[in-house]
Write a protein that binds this ligand. Structure first.
Ligand code: MLT
Length: 274
């Protein structure tokens, strides 16, 4: 029988995964995957809106939020295998998949390898390219700094790049919530994930093979995965829809949840009718 609620625990491949599962029984399923270095609470505004008509599952990627880190080296392939494991344990044959940034890397890898398990894709503030040598170098320096100075300086540095300039004036509360979220991440999980991201494979060459409806959302001021990257994916995914979210940077679902939710709702409702 289905367990409904927030912050539930389930064992997947001998490991505890923390997830929320809300919305009506029997409704189409939407799975939300958070970005790095956040946790499932980054989807709170979307959970609230979507759970009226959909069964929505948001989970903590291993090592984040309340999910166990386990003992294996982190890789995006492992995160994908965790996602499929969670779907199997929850007996979800098919779902719409929505990922932000790292969540998008996981979603793109998942649809490439398990196309039959997904009925639609929502790619938020993400990219299909692999890390450049410069990006790898930057992540390695970050790993060293986190190891030496801990999470707080990393959180402060991250905040500077995550938000649109306007948010530092109008959205201070949300910025504080995001900083809190980053502060909950542990040094080992941050380092292991940064390393995993340096090793991830590109998925751009597989975009043309995506056959399900795709929505691409990006904050107009996203400095990390900018609109130009979203436009490139849009060009290569036949029939995809692209919406650029105003007054938002990398966390467009948090910074301008109003506009983000309008596009998301319209898209998932149209997929449901197909
Ligand atoms: C994220 O939000 O998941 C990260 O910015 C992804 C990345 O660092 O590539």
């Amino acid at each position: 029988m289905r367990n409904k609620g927030t912050n539930l625990k389930i064992t997947v491949k001998n490991q505890t995964v923390s997830y929320s599962d809300e919305g009506p029984n029997g409704a189409p399923v939407i799975i939300l995957i958070h970005g790095f270095p956040f946790n499932k609470s980054m989807w709170n505004d979307q959970m609230e809106m979507l759970t009226e008509n959909f069964r929505v599952i948001a989970y903590d990627v291993r090592g984040f939020g309340n999910s166990e880190a386990g003992t294996s080296d982190f890789t995006v392939d492992l995160f994908v295998s965790d996602l499929l494991g969670l779907m199997d344990v929850l007996k979800i044959e098919k779902a719409m998949l929505c990922g932000l940034s790292m969540g998008g890397y996981i979603a793109l890898n998942a649809i490439e390898n398990y196309p039959k398990r997904f009925s639609a894709l929502i790619l938020c503030d993400t990219n299909c390219v692999a890390d450049t040598p410069e990006a790898v170098e930057k992540r390695m320096v970050t790993i060293e700094k986190i190891d030496k100075y801990g999470v707080e300086p990393f959180a402060n540095e991250s905040i500077k790049n995550l938000f649109a300039p306007i948010s530092f004036v109008t959205n201070q509360e949300k910025i504080a919530v995001v900083k809190e979220m980053i502060m909950k991440a542990t040094v080992p999980s941050l380092s292991a994930t940064l390393l995993a991201l340096t090793l991830r494979k590109e998925t751009c060459s597989k975009l043309a093979e995506i056959k399900v409806p795709v929505l691409i959302l990006v904050g107009e001021d996203d400095k990390i995965t900018p609109p130009v990257a979203a436009r490139q994916m849009h060009k290569n995914i036949k029939g995809s829809i692209l919406n650029v979210i105003e007054n938002a940077g990398h966390l467009s679902n948090i910074e301008n949840s109003y506009e983000f939710n309008i596009h998301l709702e319209k898209f998932v409702s149209s997929v449901r009718l197909k």
